[in-house]
Design a protein around this ligand. Structure first.
Ligand SMILES: Cc1cc2nc3c(=O)[nH]c(=O)nc-3n(C[C@H](O)[C@H](O)[C@H](O)COP(=O)(O)O)c2cc1C
Length: 387
């Protein structure tokens, strides 16, 4: 497999995971890539590695440029195994002279606990060193999205090696934003931010402030395609998402056994539509949680529905609310709804979970016994109309 030269002497040597459909629970319908970069200079430097099963692809691409034993530094921007997964193999079998550059204290701690005592060099924000004609500078980006996370900047090339920041789970053989459909790239970047970074808006803003001082021509991300023509677009999007800016749209999400809760969901969606509000409609029998969270990232309204099953909400709704709670979606105007047979406990449970998630409850829970009548549905429409 061949390396792809992205600037003279700088190569993409990562791996493309075309078949990936589930990345620790995140539904990756367009696959992903694990990006690693090779810089040929007096000190040959590899930026990040790939997920362990893709080791041969990484080594093959490196070998298309230089023998791997010539590598002097391997910068590990992030401990998570989709980036660090080949470090120990490379050091023990391919790159005997290499030193691993990692953040202190968290990167060192994380790599040591995973891979043991390897030759490490630690760096922190403001540190830099020369690799010949070029310099590498380091900026810690803690909690974007693990405590150890950092980015590496090369001022002579104006490249920011951003690891998980600005990434997308997107498999493509074309490495840059302008070679791909921009709408698809932005959609996947939003999904990535929502599911990986949404909880860390404050940290994202600190990182954006630090990175705004850099002159950047290429953002060489850890997943998906690099940014070179739409850098301002992705930075503007990160500013908007990290500030929690919401659009006049509503997410209606539910599960159902016999379609009564679905009928309520339809009435809610109709009523929002009549108000001129865009609706994202998610039936949890088919909708992946990660798609629902992507729409919640920018939506002002959230309606969550479940019928009652054995005094509980349906398990997919419970799972979804557990996932949602982790993101603390403060500021969403939310309410619960559902159909029931006798006790109807599920609806109060959904309401309590939405409160626990930090949502503002704007309607008493909508509870309908058995099948909703035309009058029930008209009453629901009226309530939404009056919001
Ligand atoms: C296996 C099963 C268990 C149920 N348990 C309860 C229950 O504990 N409490 C209750 O109020 N209704 C219970 N129901 C009734 C449903 O909540 C009711 O039929 C409701 O209208 C179903 O809504 P849906 O059409 O959206 O699935 C149960 C129904 C089934 C099939």
């Amino acid at each position: 497999m061949q390396a792809i030269e992205i600037k003279p002497g700088i190569y993409w040597v990562g791996a493309i995971d075309w078949s990936l459909r589930n990345f620790h629970g995140y539904t990756t319908s367009r696959g992903s890539s694990y990006n690693a970069y090779l810089i040929i200079d007096e000190k040959i430097t590899l930026i990040d590695t790939v997920k362990a099963p893709f080791r041969d692809e990484l080594i093959s691409r490196i070998s298309s440029v230089i023998p791997p034993e010539k590598i002097d530094y391997i910068v590990s921007n992030h401990v998570e195994p989709d980036h660090s997964g080949c470090l120990d193999f490379l050091i023990h079998h391919c790159c005997p002279n290499a030193t691993i550059v990692t953040s202190t204290p968290q990167g060192l701690k994380g790599l040591t606990s995973r891979y043991g005592d390897l030759p490490y060099k630690t760096v922190k924000t403001g540190d830099s060193f020369s690799i010949g004609k070029r310099t590498l500078q380091f900026v810690a980006t803690p909690m974007l999205h693990w405590p150890d996370s950092m980015v590496t900047y090369c001022p002579e090339e104006k490249i920011l090696f951003s690891n998980d920041a600005f990434g997308q789970h997107l498999a493509s053989n074309q490495r840059f934003d302008d070679e791909n459909d921009l709408h698809t790239v932005m959609e996947e970047a939003k999904k990535y931010y929502a599911n990986i970074l949404m909880l860390y808006g404050k940290q994202a803003q600190s990182a954006l402030a630090a990175l705004s001082k850099l002159d950047i021509e290429i953002i060489a991300v850890g997943h998906g395609v690099m940014w070179r023509s739409h850098i301002l677009d992705i930075i503007a999007a990160y500013e908007k998402w990290s500030e929690g800016e919401l659009e006049d749209s509503a997410v209606v999400v539910f599960d159902t056994m016999w379609e009564s809760t679905r009928k309520i969901a339809d009435a809610i969606a109709d009523a929002f539509t009549e108000k001129g509000i865009r609706v994202h409609f998610h039936d949890l029998r088919v909708a992946p949680f990660s798609d629902v969270i992507t729409d919640i990232l920018t939506s002002k309204y959230l309606a969550v529905g479940s019928p009652t099953l054995n005094n509980q909400m349906l398990p997919p709704v419970a799972g979804f609310l557990c996932y949602l709670k982790g993101f603390v979606p403060k500021g969403r105007k939310a309410f619960a709804f559902g159909s029931y047979g006798w006790g109807g406990q599920s609806i109060a449970q959904v309401d309590a979970e939405l409160k626990a998630a930090g949502c503002d409850i704007i309607l008493d829970p909508i509870r309908i016994a058995n099948i909703p009548t035309e009058k029930d549905l008209a009453d629901i429409r009226e309530k939404i109309k009056n919001l």
